[in-house]
Unconditional design. Structure first.
Length: 438
């Protein structure tokens, strides 16, 4: 498993916490040692504690010698007492010659080289009686070391405890955060998707929390979109059923008149035929729009986009539409863009958008008023606006299927489609991302 050392923020934080805890622990140990050494030094200097300990050790050794009837050559038994009193060094002299030293190897039997006068002053020697001879001894005591060792042990223990507490504090903080995330995820599992996941710090756990939060928001947006789409489809089907029922009922009525020959004149017959044809075309128009709507809304795959010269493409699309409506008596005021740019779109889908927009103009726009068409570039975006004054027409396309189809197509291009209606003025605005010429 190839993974770089310290590749995650949690690892870095753990290393930093270890270093920090170690430094704090070392500082605590040094502080304890310094304070403890000063206290012990002051106590030993100001009191006779060590002298009393030494006198007690000398007294105990004398009692040991007399109580066990030791001879001056019973080195093994003397060594036994020394091992029990580890903080003591013992020197025994006979006739100014060293006969025993506890800090000399037991294999050394010749003490001729050790003399009393070069090693210790005469007042440092103490008389002691063995069963076979009188001798002198000198005792070196190091009782203070025991307390310094205890102090060092206590300092190490406290420092280690502090180190463990600091590390556990860091670990428990992360464990507590993991527990919090677990509880908050259970809240989400319970159905409360409005609950915000707590984001703490900036490591992998917070990134996980952020990802869960983003997933929650994305899921909520998707649910809202699905609910809106479901509601919109329900409203569309209801409205379309009403719009289809009217021409369909009229068509059935006209066909019944023709079938049962209830017309009076040949002219009435031709009129009923004409009306039936008109109603059939209305039904076909609505069914085509419905098919187009569901075709676009059920397209889950992304569109295949191509890059075009934006000015040339828009001029072609708009001029084609204006040319067809110009013959019907519509007036246009076209304001084009002089800024060169590239536009990445699906040509067939964009043509469908312009067909829907200008098709609505042919049905609803007031021919006596000028239709304003404008497109321009601003902040790396293309804006296309079509504004017209409406006329009192039939509500053939009251369901707005065409405009909903346009909005869906523009959304699939990562653009925006706006509709604005105030009084008798109706306008649509398309916003698309562009790429400027280099």
């Amino acid at each position: 498993m190839n993974r770089k050392f310290l590749s995650t923020k949690l690892e870095v934080k753990l290393i930093i916490s270890l270093i920090f805890s170690f430094i704090i622990s070392v500082c605590i140990f040094l502080l304890i040692q310094t304070i403890g050494d000063n206290i012990l030094d002051h106590y030993f200097d100001k009191t006779s504690f060590l002298a009393n300990q030494k006198m007690q050790a000398i007294s105990e050794f004398k009692e040991y010698v007399s109580g066990n009837d030791l001879s001056i050559n019973d080195h093994d038994k003397i060594e036994t007492w020394i091992r029990k009193n580890k903080n003591v060094n013992l020197y025994i002299y006979k006739d100014n010659n060293l006969v025993y030293a506890s800090n000399v190897n037991n294999e050394v039997t010749n003490y001729e080289q050790y003399k009393e006068s070069p090693i210790f002053p005469s007042n440092a020697l103490i008389d002691i009686s063995f069963i076979d001879a009188d001798a002198k001894m000198h005792m070196e005591c190091f009782f203070e070391y025991k307390y310094y060792y205890i102090l060092a042990f206590v300092g190490i223990a406290i420092s280690l405890l502090c180190f463990i507490i600091l590390i556990l504090f860091f670990i428990n903080k992360k464990i507590a955060y993991i527990g919090l995330l677990e509880n908050e995820i259970k809240i989400l599992e319970g159905g409360d998707l409005t609950y915000d996941i707590t984001i703490d710090s900036n490591d992998e756990l917070s990134s996980l929390a952020q990802s869960i939060n983003d997933m929650r928001k994305s899921f909520m947006e998707r649910l809202e979109s699905e609910n809106e789409a479901r509601l919109a489809n329900s409203e569309l089907i209801t409205a379309l059923s009403h719009d289809l029922r009217t021409p369909l009922t009229a068509l059935v009525g006209y066909l019944d008149i023709i079938e049962y020959k209830k017309y009076k004149t040949e002219e009435n017959f031709r009129q009923y035929i004409h009306n039936s044809r008109e109603k059939a075309y209305q039904i076909k128009y609505l069914s085509d729009k419905l098919f187009e709507y569901f075709t676009v809304f059920n397209a889950h795959d992304s569109l295949e986009l191509e890059t075009f010269n934006g000015n040339e493409l828009l001029e072609q699309l708009i001029q084609e539409q204006i040319f067809m409506l110009d013959d019907k008596g519509f007036l246009f005021d076209l304001s084009s863009c002089n800024t060169p740019f590239f536009l990445k779109v699906n040509l067939i889908s964009i043509q469908r958008v312009f067909d829907n927009i200008f098709s609505n103009l042919s049905k609803y726009a007031d021919k006596s008023e000028v239709i304003k068409v404008k497109y321009y570039v601003e902040s790396e975006k293309l804006f296309v606006t079509v504004e017209n004054q409406t006329n009192n027409l039939k509500s053939l396309d009251s369901t707005g299927i065409g405009l909903k189809t346009c909005k869906k197509i523009i959304d699939m291009h990562n653009g925006k489609f706006y509709i604005k209606s105030t009084d008798a003025i109706f306008s649509t605005t398309i916003t698309l991302n562009i790429r400027s010429f280099c």
